[in-house]
Design a protein around this ligand. Sequence first.
Ligand code: 4HU
Length: 426
Amino acid sequence: MSKVELQPPRGTRDFYPEDLRRRAWLFDQFREVARRFAFEEVDAPVVEHAELFTRKAGEEIVEQLYHFTLHDRHLALRPEMTPSIARMVMARAGALRLPLRWFAITQNWRYERMTRGRRREHYQWNMDVWGEPGVAAEAELIAAICTLLGRLGLGPGDVKIRLSSRALLEEVLRADVLRDRPEAFAPLCVVIDKLGKIGEEAVVDLLTDPAGAVRLAPGAARGVVAALGVRSLDEAAQRVPAGSAAVDDLRRLFELLAAYGLEDRVVFDASIVRGLAYYTGTVFEAFDAGGTLRAVCGGGRYDRLLETLGGPSIPAVGFGFGDVVIQELLADKGLLPDVARAIDDVVYPFGDAERPAALRLATRLRAEGRSVDLVLGSVKPRRALADADRAGAQRVFLIGPDEAARGVARVRELAGGAERDEPLDP
Ligand code: 4HU
């Protein structure tokens, strides 16, 4: 047989121990923040019925669905967690106490066709609040993101959250270019989300494409792009009727964020719309201040997702925070830790005769909760000590013929080099 391919499938990653330690460290940060905000962890299968994800708004996430048919079932690897969470909420809608706060850390998949150097999987920390229509939910979620960023050493000068509202944009457009075409709003958002990536001309082309879902007149399309350029919430407020619910919500949200002490972390940015069709209200993304990387995280309110899946009406808001961009940013800033192994003790029998005593000692230490590396095979003392040092162990228990005869182990503290005897059976 020819040798197997050593690279994992294109766009996927192996995690060697040092990589997995770093990933586990990041996930621990996610979990710790989720715990402090009293969110409960959930999970769901990575394979779902493809129809859970298919929508007709032209979203990249749907066009890149990693899907296949097996035994007449059309299945897909999840490209994001929100639809699975929605399915879980819907399945128990009558029995759940709302509002609920759930989080998940999941591997998500996309079948990216232009593949050179592009990834097909990533992990994402997802936090959602279901059953709370008010912006207190948004404020709590954004506070959780900021808590995480702060723990990682990223201050307001490093990462800012840009925030807007699709409800506000919808108010502006409904009074004008979308007066007769309310159904064009979601696909319009999907298109204008691409503004930063493909530029104004390409966005106007898509908004006016006679074969597209939006089909604006050229002047209207330019007006939409112009509306995204408003500089402040006050300026945006002048474009909607007085008493706009969307403006009131945004003002209230900024008040709450200020009360969390986050006024320097979150800014209004009318150009934020997000690329998913299901958002209905607040939308936000976090970016590095250097402006060189993709979004660190993003989220928003999606009050009608459950209805579109055939369920009851339950308001919801959430975010996804990926594992890739944050690690790039932390690496750039020298904030990515080299996570050491966490071995406590190495137990080292000199030879076969001492092995039974050594494994009894290892078993006792393990029962005490210590992480114990029992040296296997016959290893030279220098090698055993060097390995113990590399593994970051605190202590080495050496058992040679003399120690075994006296019923002790020679204990060496690797930090200071101090040595003493300790009874094998205390
Ligand atoms: C996405 C979804 C699944 C996998 C990857 Br990589 N990226 C969209 O951010």
